[in-house]
Design a protein around this ligand. Sequence first.
Ligand code: ARG
Length: 475
Amino acid sequence: MSQSGGNKSAGNQSGENEKLWGGRFSQSTDELVEKLNASIDVDKRLYDSDIEGSIAHLKMMAEVSIITRDEADILIKGLGQVKARIENNEMQFLASLEDIHMHIENELGKVCGDVAQKLHTGRSRNDQIALDVRIYLKKETRIIIDLLAGFQRSLVRMAQSHPDVIMPGYTHLQRAQPVLFAHHLMAYYEMVKRDIQRFEDCLKRIDVMPLGAAALAGTTYPLDREFTREVLAFSAVSDNSIDSVSDRDFVMEFISHAAIAMIHFSRLSEELILWSSSEFSFITISDAFTTGSSIMPQKKNPDVAELVRGKTGRVVGNLVSILTLMKSLPMAYNKDMQEDKEPLFDTVDTLKICADVYTRMFKNIEVHKDRMLDACTQGFLNATDLADYLVSKGLPFRKAHAVSGRAVAYAVNQKKELHDLTLEEFKELSELIGPDVYSFITLDKMISRRISYGGTSFDNVRQAVKKAAGELGLQ
Ligand code: ARG
């Protein structure tokens, strides 16, 4: 490629464009640099945010007479045409035009002529990109909050339709104590509730308008930033021009909240995978959300859950990427920051599809109540309650624990469960045990007695589900 010919854009097929920043350059950009520098393949999705921001900027400039109303009207109309061209796939994307800002400005020039050169007055791509990402992320965060609330609805619906299903609760993946299946589901409701709270809180910091910071120092033009804020419906204007263009805290925060949300989905995925195995058989996921094997005809694989678990790795990776990207950047804008978009967009896409698919999949899960119940009758899930029984007869808890432990050891030896021991056998273990022990250690009683606030008693869980349904506007 020619090293002369000034700042002609090497890859530009129309050949008519010089670099918009080409004034101080006498050589054209190296082809490879053009490729490295171009972000258009990634940032083109910001086109509508970019246009929205430019329209607000034009309105403001007309308001404070930096440009005339007529000029603003022509350019705003032109931006509408550019938008239509993009949406109708009529606009060519070129590496030589670097990013979405340049593409739109260049296209505006084709639509409106020379007046388009006034658009970038009092503005830099540094504050422009900060604005675009904030406009984009505000919308996406709201969509994600809605999707998460949709998933909460699926959880609550399932809890409502299985009010008395009892399953083994686990610690260390060993059967521990019986719990209500609805209670287990509501644990996820709480996790997702915190996810939503985190995103709502993060929205406050996304919802800050940076335009007007220009390159880093502010601008000599009499911009009315408050006016721009108002047009774009932001809650606040950023206070420091250097911070405005260098801050990506809101991106780091967003991805970090998304990573936590994905980890919740991943933990749930792990449980669904276990529960749908023949070893557990607690649930069946419908055909629409499972896949078969190309070799083993009997297989019905929980791919959705596996993919969600797998995709969690991407989002955690995205978090590491953005943190590493930002960690040594001096003030203010650095081109490194162009690399923030891939992890951000991938995080948004991944979390959205996972939340959405889980909401749908949950409506298509069959719960095997008898299998869950069966699993509760083996593995000494009533050992704690035997100790509690002895406490009710006056034994201190530590002693009661020891007696119950001996009972378990004895039962293991006899290949029996605690509730299968005869009264004589119980009496051998402790004189305090009477015939009422059998009704004390039934599953129903074990559930009913766990009335401490937040515990798994029928009443508690019914109330928790009702409260959640109220929060979500469900019946
Ligand atoms: N495309 C850039 C980004 O995504 C914004 C442009 C800032 N570039 C510049 N040369 N000042 O961060």
